[in-house]
Design a protein around this ligand. Structure first.
Ligand SMILES: [Zn+2]
Length: 170
């Protein structure tokens, strides 16, 4: 009896030590990623869905992609630099081509994680792909729009300077 308690507490201690170090590793990784992805990089606009030209505010009316009624509701223009997001009518239809590629990337990731890393059967790996694609659909839709608009527009330092000085004057 005493033995089992000793073993149990020893295991709990081990688990807590592992969790402690895991948290440090993860937090360091998060900081590193955040340091690497800065305003001014295309990746910043793509990942956070901010204005492709000034990177100052979200293109979307609701930042959270999981408010499903507002997944693709975008502002018309950027309030900082006045960039019009919809360059031409139905501009964002083109993002559908991008969403095929993004969807495939998510499917491949789901397959590698469930089949190769976690060692599940092929059937479960395919179920994992379907579940992943459904669960990440809002993210995939936004990522494709962000990638699509970033193909046509780039970060513009001068525009950022101009718009921030204008904002200060008002
Ligand atoms: Zn802007």
């Amino acid at each position: 009896m005493n033995n089992t308690i000793a073993i149990l507490s020893y295991n709990c201690y081990n688990a807590s030590v592992i969790l402690f170090y895991l948290r440090i590793v993860l937090e360091n990784a998060k900081v590193k990623v955040l340091v690497m992805i800065r305003k001014g990089m295309k990746l910043y606009s793509i990942l956070f869905g901010v204005c492709p030209k000034c990177h100052q505010e979200s293109m979307y009316q609701n930042k959270n992609p999981y408010v499903l009624s507002e997944v693709i509701k975008m502002r018309e223009t950027c309030s900082h630099c006045k960039t019009k997001y919809q360059i031409e009518p139905s501009f964002f239809y083109g993002s559908m081509y991008v969403s095929y590629a993004v969807g495939i990337a998510f499917a491949v990731a789901a397959f590698i994680i469930s089949y190769n890393i976690l060692g599940f059967s092929l059937t479960i790996a395919f179920i994992a792909i379907v579940v992943t694609l459904i669960a990440f659909m809002p993210v995939i839709m936004r990522l494709s729009r962000n990638i699509w608009i970033n193909l046509f527009m780039s970060y513009d330092k001068e525009l950022v300077k101009k718009s921030t000085t204008e904002l200060k004057q008002h």
